[in-house]
Ligand binder design. Sequence first.
Ligand SMILES: [Zn+2]
Length: 218
Amino acid sequence: MKHGLIGLALLSLAACESANTPTLAGINAPDPVRSTVAGGSGRNLPDQVVTSGGGVPISASATFPAPSTAAANQFAVNFLNSIQARSIAERREYCGFFVVDAAGNIAATPPLPGTTASCASPAPGGNAFASYHTHGAYDRGYDNEVPSDADLLGDFQFGVDGYVSTPGGRIWHIELDDRTARQVCGRGCVYSDPGFVPEDEAGIRSSYTVDQIRARYR
Ligand SMILES: [Zn+2]
């Protein structure tokens, strides 16, 4: 999601509550037992915990250990680079999740098309460790190059990390653990919009908390 800077309507987080079940690319779907326990049905809404038969709340977090940050970052850069051109040409965001299997292999769910400034994600399956989305083409009047406050809050509600690519070719890693977005790599790191217009490049920090992002909108 891109945040409008010139009075454009801020799209609601409700757009993220679509209940489509993600299909998995490259790995097997979670088995029924795991789906039940970890909330892989895709029906649980953000911020909910899934309750086991014994009434003990279980966080809907990844079933398998998350990959190393270095491995996840490298996968994110390569994958997002592979969908940048289409997202930019169609002038809309694409979104999905990165998932990990028992052997530590990373895969991406198929990219779902969004709109100019938003993309409706289903709830993540139990083996998702991060969301991903592109910001598509450069749009005047949006804070294109930095994740939005809603981007961070959506990931925190889902209980996953996040990755974002920008029209200028930046990759950001939204880290759940310390609730901070960090630039994995800067402008031109991945395919960028030929029509990209730099705006206040010197003012783009290497990391942001939600409050620091909101300060950009004032
Ligand atoms: Zn975004």
